[in-house]
Design a protein around this ligand. Structure first.
Ligand code: CP
Length: 311
């Protein structure tokens, strides 16, 4: 049997994505039903790059399913520091765990690992490329807060060049037939040209590019904020020049619809003022909490655990 991996969001059909969302909702409603379902299963979390939410929500997900977790959160404490390749590492880990979530600064590293792995590999973020499990979290959040995914007008704001969460989510939303996106970014941090072309040519989407939040905030259903990705810049001066490009504060959200939601994959730096947190439209911490349930659903799917009998 072919081992199923999640490297790109396209590895799942829209029907499979919807099934994951349904399972995540079932788990959220009845977590007790799932508490031993992965007994004796082990998740490896191999994080070659820092993380709070992705790694810990994966670990929380596996523990809540009754399974176990091993791994590293700092590659310098592993044999990577002695020069071991990811190809060798994964061939070893394949006999220690039942599936592995890998975050790596190099684009394509989880995909390379998947070619040598006997166990399912999950891309937990690879460089500025993709972050498919954040996409699952975002889809589940939109579904839970808005009731459906397809009829939303969404604006993405901030670092659209390096923001891997945006790259993965926007392509996936195209598959849900969202035909119009609003992109708000500095000229130097626009969505990569190849991705923009792909969206237009393959999905026939309309992309409106603007330079300020104020000109569109009154007409959108979802505002997806992102931080300027300091770690991907080649020089500090460029980061310093761009880091304050967009700051969402109370004066700006006064212009927004009452039912607009503000999402952010987190971590935040300064792009959302703390005063915004108490606005009911600010749902980014709830979004992070949804990440646990959708990752529980993903673990079950990749391990082939049949939970249809539970509902
Ligand atoms: N959203 C996200 O990927 O957060 P972490 O970098 O903390 O995992």
């Amino acid at each position: 049997m072919n081992t199923k991996h999640l490297i790109h969001p396209e590895d799942f059909t829209v029907q499979e994505l919807n099934q994951l969302i349904q399972i995540a909702q079932n788990i959220l409603e009845d977590p007790q039903d799932y508490k031993n379902i992965c007994k004796d299963k082990i998740l490896a979390t191999l994080f070659y790059e820092p993380s709070t939410r992705t790694r810990l929500s994966f670990e929380s997900a596996m523990l809540r399913l009754g399974g176990n977790v091993l791994g590293f959160s700092d590659a310098s404490t592993s044999s990577v520091s002695k020069g071991e390749s990811i190809v060798d590492t994964i061939q070893v880990i394949s006999s220690y765990a039942d599936l592995a979530a890998i975050r790596h600064p190099k684009e394509g590293a989880p995909k390379l690992a998947s070619k040598y792995s006997k166990i399912p590999i999950i891309n937990a973020g690879d460089g500025g490329h993709e972050h498919p499990t954040q996409t699952l979290t975002d889809l589940f959040t939109i579904y839970m807060k808005k009731g459906n995914i397809k009829d939303q007008k969404i604006a993405f704001c901030g670092d659209l060049k390096f923001g891997r969460t945006v790259h993965s989510l926007i392509r996936t939303l195209c598959r849900y037939n969202i035909k119009e996106f609003i992109l708000i970014s500095p000229d130097e941090l626009t969505l990569p040209y190849e991705l923009k072309n792909k969206l237009i040519e393959e999905y026939d989407v309309k992309l409106q590019e603007v330079s300020t939040m104020e000109e569109v905030i009154g007409e959108i259903d979802i505002l997806y904020m992102t931080r300027i990705q300091k770690e991907r810049f080649f020089n500090e001066a460029d980061y310093e020049r761009l880091k304050n490009s967009y700051i969402l504060d109370s004066s700006k959200i006064k212009l927004a619809k009452d039912d607009m939601i503000i999402m952010h994959p987190l971590p935040r730096v300064n792009e959302i003022s703390y005063e915004v947190d108490k606005d009911p439209r600010a749902i980014y911490f709830e979004q992070a909490s949804f990440g646990v349930y959708i990752r529980m659903a993903l673990i079950l799917k990749l391990l082939g655990v049949d939970c249809t009998c539970l509902k």
